[in-house]
Design a protein around this ligand. Structure first.
Ligand code: GLP
Length: 251
């Protein structure tokens, strides 16, 4: 029997983000005390912005990221790091530029890798995760179509980091940021479901009414490739951090 992920409904997105930031800070401090690095899997999107603000606040209050290694879930193919919508740019402006992480410890798939080298880039990404000791805690958001990272509906659970076409719902959701659907990249590199399920612990953040239906499906419908987030039901330590709106369909 798959274990249904647990969920916690908070009074606000801020309190959910603070709770997860506290968990992350405890993890870093406990691994530091054992002189071990902490390996975090990180996500982009509007949802984790408050989490990153909170981590920056904690850093200013003394939390060090010197012994933290990060792996981002995904990156668009065909846009430069400097592009305002690249996930490289997002992560640096919302988190990395404000903490003491060693730049060598930051890993984000390279969206500008030549087409012929994508496959080797993806397997090297997997190797780096393995060499780092695996992901201790993976932060996720969720797309309105149930995607995690860019694992779109129909994806197999057995695939590791790979290149994928973006789903139309995903493209439409990104259209405003890119100034129109025509300018949204059509493809991306993403950790696979297999990579995500390899994390020791997973924390999925979802806020707002627009996520209520998909959160309900992710938690309560059977495991189906049509809603990739349902694969999390087969992971032994996943928690959804929700605000009241995102959790409103759950009893
Ligand atoms: C993008 C990212 C996902 C993210 C999703 C939801 O597609 N690849 O990792 O979870 O958007 O974004 P938002 O948090 O803005 O709703």
């Amino acid at each position: 029997m798959p274990e249904v992920p647990s969920y916690r409904i908070f009074a606000s997105s801020q309190s959910a983000s603070t709770a997860l930031a506290e968990d992350i800070s405890q993890l870093i401090r406990s691994r530091d005390s054992e002189e071990r690095t902490t390996v975090l899997g990180l996500a982009t999107g509007n949802t984790p912005i408050e989490l990153y603000k909170e981590l920056i606040r904690m850093h200013r209050a003394g939390l060090s990221f010197r012994n933290v290694v990060t792996f981002n879930l995904d990156e668009y193919i065909g846009i430069e790091r400097e592009h305002p919508e690249s996930y490289w740019q997002f992560m640096h402006s919302h988190l990395f530029n404000h903490i003491d992480i060693n730049p060598e410890n930051i890993h984000i798939p390279d969206g500008m890798v030549a087409a012929d080298n994508i496959e080797s880039h993806c397997s090297a990404y997997e190797n780096h995760i393995e060499e780092a000791g695996g992901i201790d805690l993976q932060v996720l958001g969720i797309g309105r179509n149930g995607h995690i990272g860019f694992n779109e509906p129909g994806v197999s659970p057995d695939v590791a980091t790979h290149a994928t076409d973006l789903n139309q719902v995903t493209i439409n959701d990104a259209a405003e940021a890119f100034g129109g659907a025509a300018d949204v990249p059509q493809r991306a590199i993403t950790m696979g479901v297999k990579t995500i399920l390899g994390a020791q612990r997973i924390a999925l953040l979802a806020f707002g009414s627009s996520k209520a239906d998909i959160v309900e499906r992710a938690l309560t419908s059977g495991i189906t490739s049509e809603v990739p987030a349902t694969y999390l039901q087969s992971h032994p330590d996943t928690t959804f951090f929700l605000d009241q709106d995102a959790g409103k369909r759950l009893s």
